[in-house]
Design a protein around this ligand. Sequence first.
Ligand code: PEP
Length: 252
Amino acid sequence: MRRNIVAGNWKSNQLFSQADELINDIAEKLRNFDSTDVDVIVCPPFPYLELVSDAAEDVEFFVGAQNVSKFDNGAYTGEVSAAMLQSMNIDYCIVGHSERRKYFFETNRDVAEKVDRLLKVDINPIVCVGELLEEREEGRHFDVIRSQVSEGLFHLSKDQITKVILAYEPVWAIGTGKTATKDQAQEMHAFIRGLIADKYSDDVAQDVSILYGGSCNAKNARELFAQPDVDGGLIGGASLKHEDFIEIACSF
Ligand code: PEP
């Protein structure tokens, strides 16, 4: 059975002292949180993974990385391997965020390789897909998402695909304040679930959590999460404000 999930993507934000304060505030709020309905994940920059993991020790939330190397350990200066993340007990890892596709030229093939690396060490990938504004305006958004989902994920087995979390993040909505409407989100989430059902089965598709991301905040989360195929959110800007982040996590 799929879970509701709210994941905070801190991106490349926060100095150490700010990260320390933010995670302590989040942990404090989560101390008496009823996590029956939702899994909360915090994805800080690499240098703060240990700090956030320490805070997660006596409070119920999970820790995710924002990226992983497509290579194994070795002579790849600057890279962080899946094995390193596993050795730090990291539970999740974002893959294929549109900022990585745009600034670091990551392709669907890179996404597929990173997903494989993560699954090999039992880390759940959070795989981001999303169309550009011009792709939507030209009516190509479903084709773009179909390619991203199939090229990034459809080499996986039935068992493996249920360990993946998908995040539909229309690029035009990320950090812009232009949130997708609930109908736009539901339409694309249902489309993605349909792709998974066609490739695997209905049962498998029902087991995969599909998150919405893109200017999701404390005001609009409840309406988005109420859609039948929206299983939570990947939250950027609003995850840096502990009160907003927790309010979003309480929006089911
Ligand atoms: C993101 O970067 O994954 C994201 C959804 O950002 P924001 O919430 O700031 O739009």
